[in-house]
Design a protein around this ligand. Structure first.
Ligand code: DP6
Length: 361
């Protein structure tokens, strides 16, 4: 560390949106490396609506690695944080700022401590994929700070070790997480199927049914499912491989009828698998079920489907409208069935599908 003073701080800030799976990841074949039992496909959201902003800083004055999430200090001892930090540190390269007289060599990175401040602009751990945006942003920001030369796909394999779904947030647009075959997980990574400009008619409306933290985390829920559900075996081996191919084709052809059929069916099967777990896991509630009925009834009354629904590990509805007109009608319907005076829905978040991955450094 050939530096004139020891009082410097180098920092990087990145912003990463969350992603919503339309073909779900549920179940791991390796819990430490976070290797899934099936491929999955997601849509990355507009970073202005649901995103994590993370600042990573390094300084010789820091005494230990520390992290704050939404202004509250959290522990960094968890294996997942440590895996991401270890993987990034092992790929760090020299950084030099001649003007400020700072030089950090490859070897220095493992001796220096980090301070990390992360902020989610949406409810954390309420089934809105906060860990996806969180780990993707952390890995991306650390990669920039430490001058890591890997491309997004390689970074996605590191983010995956923080939280599986995080690997898909390294890209905008439509993204596939390939489950991979290797035991060490080197080929379990994300690839972009189509960029953020592809199929930009789609509008995403998130109906926030509850912003409370979910009772069963995705991690423990999917562990129980792998242990006890026979339906999961059938889903992972027989159903998802075919759906992935059909979904890729639907996205390529901007075929909303197929896209919506597959998205709704996959969400429903994911929740069926949760029910098939012992003890059963209930992520959706009565309001979620009412939203499904409203959308199903509406789609059936039209010549072609107008809206797709999908629910992650929580009761909040992610509704994907075929275009702006359908989105406006959807909001009208939601307001009719859940007037502002009712307690069933908290708020709506309306966003375009997918924008860029790395909003700013
Ligand atoms: C229902 O990625 O949160 O949102 O890998 O254990 O951190 P871990 O789980 P996580 O699970 C996400 C599950 C899901 C479906 C999906 O995003 O594909």
């Amino acid at each position: 560390m050939a530096n004139e003073s020891q009082n410097w701080v180098v920092m990087v800030t990145a912003k990463t949106p969350t992603n919503i799976a339309v073909i779900k990841y549920w179940g791991k074949r390796d819990e430490t490396l976070i290797l899934p039992v099936n491929d999955s496909i997601s849509v990355t959201l507009d970073p202005n609506h649901l995103c994590t902003t993370t600042t990573v800083a390094i300084s010789p004055t820091f005494q230990q690695d520390r992290m704050w999430l939404n202004a509250k200090e959290i522990s960094l001892t968890g294996g997942r944080f440590q895996s991401c930090l270890r993987e990034i540190r092992s790929r760090a390269c020299d950084v030099e700022d001649k003007k400020k007289g700072i030089k950090i060599t490859k070897e220095d990175w493992s001796k220096l401590y980090l301070h990390i401040a992360s902020y989610n602009n949406f409810p954390t751990a309420a089934g809105l994929a906060s860990s996806a945006a969180g780990f993707a942003c952390l890995v991306y920001a650390l990669g920039k700070l430490m001058n890591v030369k890997e491309d997004e796909s390689q970074l996605s394999a590191i983010a995956r070790q923080g939280s599986g779904s995080a690997c898909r947030s390294l890209y905008g647009g439509f993204v596939k997480w390939i489950m991979g075959k290797e035991e060490n997980g080197s080929d379990s990574l994300a690839v972009q199927l189509a960029d953020e400009k592809h199929w930009d008619d789609l509008v995403i409306v998130i109906a926030v049914v509850s912003s409370r933290q979910k009772e069963t985390s995705s991690t423990s829920g999917m562990h129980e499912t792998v242990e006890t559900s026979l339906l999961l075996q059938h889903r992972a081996k027989e159903v998802v491989p075919k759906r992935i191919l059909q979904m890729e084709e639907a996205i390529r052809n901007r075929d909303f009828a197929s896209f919506s059929r597959l998205t709704c069916a996959d969400s429903n099967q994911f929740h069926a698998v949760c029910l098939d777990t012992s003890p059963p896991i209930f992520y959706m509630n009565d309001t979620s079920h009412r939203i499904i009925s409203i959308v199903e009834k509406w789609n059936r009354s039209e010549e072609a489907p107008q809206v797709a629904y999908t629910f992650d590990a929580g009761p909040n509805a992610v509704l994907i409208a075929r275009d702006r007109k359908a989105a406006a009608l959807l909001i009208q319907r939601l307001l009719y069935y859940f007037p502002p005076s009712s307690d069933d829905l908290n708020s709506y978040i309306i966003g375009d599908k997918s924008i860029a991955k790395d909003a700013g450094i």
